[in-house]
Every structure is written in C-alpha cells, then in structure tokens.
Design a protein around this ligand. Structure first.
Ligand SMILES: [Fe+2]
Length: 309
C-alpha cells in the first residue's frame, strides 16, 4: 500500500462557454498547493485553454510562487524597465502608466487581439493575470480558442495554413523619441512562426496568428504584401470568431491563467474613455520555440530568446 501526503482531489471546474474557458473553484492560491492539485489545474488549462479563479487574496509574491509551480517564470516583459520593486517577474498592466507614456488613458497597452509577445522566437507558454484596481464596469477581457479555430476551418484551408509562415513583429504605440519607443526599436523583436503550431503537450494544432503582432509586418513567406494581407485578414477573422471566445468580467481577487500556445486575447477598450483606471498584474512562463505540423521550427529574425529567471 502506498501512503500519499494528501488524497487526490477533483477540482471544481465549471465551463463558461462552448469552446473555451472554465472557472476553478475550491482552490486558495495563497496556499502551497499539493502536486495533484497543480496537475489538475494544468489539465484544466490544457482542456479549457483559459481558467479563472475568483476571490483570491494574493499579492505579487503569491502570484509568482503559484506561476513557478507550472514552469520557469520570465522577467516581466522584454521591454519592461520598471517592474514593482523586488518583483522583476511582474508586469503592471496599468492605465495610469499608459496615460503617462501615451498621453491618454487606456485600459490596456494593446487593444487588439493578440497572443502574448509572439514577436519573440519563443513566446511565453502561459500567462497569469491578477486584478488589482478595476473600473466599476467595462474593462473585460476576451479569449479565443485557436485550436477550435483551426479545427473548424475547411480542410483545404487547413492544408494551406499548415504550410504558411507568418512574420511577427513588435511595434510600439509609444511617442516617437520617447524612452519606450527607443527601447522597442533597439530590441526590434521579429520572428517567423508557422501559421499552425503543434502544442507540445496536447499535440493539438492551433491557428497561431496573433493579429496584434502580425498586423505590423503583414508578411507571409513567399507572398506579396497584398496577397499576405488578404490571407492574414481571413485567418484573423477565423481565429477570432465570436463562438470560439469567452468574455471574462473581472472582480476583486480575480485571476486568469491562459495557455498562450492555444489562445489569443483581447482587452476590451471600453473603460479608458470614461476616465476609469484599471490595474492588473501579469506574469508569464517561459515558452518553447513553436513547431509547425511538419516539425519545422520558428525562426528568430531579430532580438533574443526570452528565458526564465
Ligand atoms: Fe496580452
């Protein structure tokens, strides 16, 4: 007979939409969670692509500690120079900062559909985002299931997408000549990724298009700019069809944890114009180099791979 430190548990998992998203109840993220619980959360993440926790009372340290149970935690962001003191892993998504840098209140830096930092040759495997200051209404986030988007394409379009490579580039909204603009320009993150990537854990194929990072380059290998643009528009639209999405209403103590290899997300920009602030904190897990359906790998064009600390 084997003795285990804690009985295997079954998490309370409630799906939120037909293709993506589930809420996980009965877990206190302040605690050192049992290995079995971590593995169940990991399984739920791979199944539902984004999972949500409610009413968590955690700070930066607990958020980073929770993230470390799932992989190597990266620095906050390739361009982040001012993370919270003592927490180089924490990226503030802070409307007050955007107002300072961009001259107007925004509730997110990027208000287009994107997968986090896909301009890197090894984009983060997952992101964990926690709410802090929220507008009284508005400021939701939506996620889309890129596996469902791929699987529901007509077979002929899947075959074409399987063979495409798309250029991802980090471009900035920062004011020309500003410190941030200079930093983004100097780092110049650019990578080619297969339009369809195979998930290293589930083996599922995802339509890996990240509009926020492919819109700047508008380039598919071997196609003219005009052809690239028209094919990209088709893929962006398929990737973000409403039926593949879930929309999450943030509340105090909300935490979202998404598989960045199988999703894209959108910060819905409907709170900044009302003058409300919105502050969330993100950590990301180190990612692998994506592989296409034939095993070909993403290629670094400019910048450095992004590793955990
Ligand atoms: Fe994001």
């Amino acid at each position: 007979m084997t003795t285990i430190s804690q009985p295997t548990v079954t998490l309370d998992v409630t799906p939120l939409a037909g293709y993506i998203g589930a809420e996980i109840g009965g877990v206190d993220l302040r605690e050192e969670l049992h290995h079995d619980v971590i593995e169940e959360i990991r399984t739920a993440l791979h199944t539902y692509k984004v999972v949500f926790f409610r009413d968590q009372q955690i700070g930066h340290a607990e958020q980073v500690a929770f993230a470390r149970r799932f992989g190597k935690v990266t620095p906050a962001h390739p361009h982040e120079e001012n993370p919270p003191e003592g927490f180089p892993e924490i990226l503030p998504i802070d409307s007050r900062r955007y107002e300072e840098n961009l001259g107007r209140k925004r509730t997110s830096y990027d208000s287009s559909w994107h997968t986090d930092v896909t301009a890197l040759v090894n984009p983060p495997a997952a992101s964990i985002l926690r709410s802090d200051i929220l507008p009284p209404y508005g400021g939701d986030t939506a996620w889309t299931n890129l596996v469902a988007a791929y699987e529901n394409l007509p077979a002929e379009l899947r075959d074409l997408a399987d063979r495409l490579d798309i250029k991802h580039r980090f471009s900035t909204r920062a004011t020309s000549g500003s410190q941030r603009e200079r930093k983004v320009r100097e780092a110049n993150l650019v990578a080619w990724h297969p339009a369809v990537r195979v998930h290293p854990v589930t083996g599922e194929r995802a339509l890996f298009v990240s509009p926020g990072f492919t819109r700047g380059a508008r380039e598919i290998r071997g196609f003219t700019p005009s052809q690239s643009e028209r094919i990209l528009k088709l893929l962006w639209e398929e990737a973000t069809r409403t039926e593949y999405t879930v929309r999450f209403r943030w509340a105090a103590g909300s935490v979202a944890f998404w598989d960045n290899r199988a999703t894209a997300h959108l910060a819905i920009s409907d709170a900044g114009h009302l003058g409300h602030d919105r502050v969330l904190y993100r950590v990301t897990l180190e990612g692998d180099i994506p592989k296409g359906v034939d095993g070909r790998e993403s290629e670094l064009v400019s910048g450095e791979p992004f590793h955990g600390i």
